[in-house]
Design a protein around this ligand. Structure first.
Ligand code: CA
Length: 373
């Protein structure tokens, strides 16, 4: 599987309140776009992604039931945090669970999932926004909606609206189709035709994600931008250094070690380490070495953990690469190296939670059901 992700705070915002997860090992991909003052959006999107990953990994139900359960858990996690801190916060969440050639989509908010094929792009998700609803009901045209001053008002978001109606549906993935998950910082700045062209014609998914984010930034980047590109049937990557590298590297390592090529491949394919990618901790397959400018590893998983949030003792080691036995060992190690404030805290007994009265809630800006960014 050829997966790439890029997130950027854009050219105007001080913080990046988007979050994403790419876990090809469990077939889970998601984008969340948090909202709320004083960095609350950053907390909301991260909490939602963490709850989603936790439930998808632990639950054994069928994909649709598992995603519904995960969205409910994410909703509760954000709402509980909002009540604890008396803050208005919420987040969108658009997730894809992939099992073979079948995908299940879960969706709340106005982040989007697109299916990209040779003949164009299909938006799989409906925006849960006021203007999108007015378009569906025939009161606004698409063009009017795109320029509407209230286009940021969501009709529902995880953690902020009391009742939640999660869109969950499954579909077979056509051969050679790619998926794009993105926040509105991308879809507001880049057209569907441009998405189709970039995703379809850029062989390397990581390069495609980077090109999409760069394009949104060149147009002003007024919002946080996240693009997650998934190409399930990895195309032959003749022009793509990240995919070509392991094969060249195998040849080099075989010659150097005087071993058979299959021996080198066997070793690299079964070696993993934790490293850095774009300021986040990432899991790489291979070894953290370059021979003759050729990397002996490639990116397997980009985590939500930022390098700056790793315990100081491990920050330098992340740059050098921390060897792990396998993928599951890698995820165990992430829990060890995360700074204590990021580790799950024991929940206080329910009766100790300070209840938020309607009066208090009123004191924190907009009514939560129309939380705007
Ligand atoms: Ca946004």
């Amino acid at each position: 599987m050829n997966v790439g992700a890029c997130t950027d705070k854009g050219k105007v915002r001080d913080l990046n309140e988007d979050a994403f997860v790419a876990r090809p090992d469990v077939g889970l991909f998601a984008v969340a776009d948090g909202m709320g003052g004083y960095a609350a959006g950053e907390v909301a999107s991260r909490l939602a992604i963490e709850a989603l990953v936790h439930v998808v990994e632990q639950a054994h139900a069928a994909p649709e039931a598992r995603l519904r359960e995960a969205f409910e858990a994410a909703h509760r996690a954000v709402r509980d945090e909002a009540q604890r801190n008396g803050a208005s916060m919420g987040t969108t969440l658009t997730a894809v669970l992939m099992q073979g050639h079948q995908i299940t989509v879960g969706h709340v908010g106005d982040s989007r999932a697109y299916l990209v094929q040779a003949d164009g792009v299909t938006q799989l998700t409906d925006d849960h926004s006021l203007v999108a609803q007015l378009v569906r009901e025939g009161y606004l045209t698409e063009e009017q909606a795109a320029r509407h001053p209230q286009k940021n008002i969501l009709t529902q978001a995880l953690g902020s609206t009391e009742a939640l109606s999660v869109d969950v549906f499954s579909l077979p993935l056509p051969p050679d189709a790619a998926l794009l998950l993105c926040s509105d910082g991308l879809s507001n700045m880049v057209t569907s035709a441009e998405i189709a062209k970039i995703v379809h014609h850029t062989v390397d998914a990581q390069h495609a994600a980077q090109r999409l984010v760069d394009l949104a930034n060149r147009r002003g980047g007024p919002d946080n931008i996240t693009a997650l590109v998934i190409k399930p049937s990895a195309a032959p990557a003749r022009r793509s250094p990240p995919l070509r590298a392991p094969f060249l590297a195998l040849l080099v390592i075989s010659l150097l070690l005087g071993a058979a090529a299959l021996g080198g491949q066997w070793y690299l394919e079964r070696s993993f380490y934790l490293g850095e990618w774009g300021g986040r901790v990432a899991i790489y397959r291979g070894v953290p070495l370059k021979i003759g400018g050729v990397s002996l590893s490639y990116l397997e998983v980009i985590t939500t953990l930022r390098v700056q949030d790793v315990l100081p003792a491990y920050q330098q080691r992340i740059q050098e690469g921390i060897f792990v036995k396998d993928l599951s060992d890698a995820f165990q190690r992430l829990k060890v190296i995360a700074a204590p404030q990021l580790k799950p805290k024991p929940k206080p007994p329910a009766q100790q939670k300070p209840p938020v009265t309607p009066k208090e809630a009123e004191g924190h800006g907009l009514p939560v059901s129309t939380l705007a960014r």
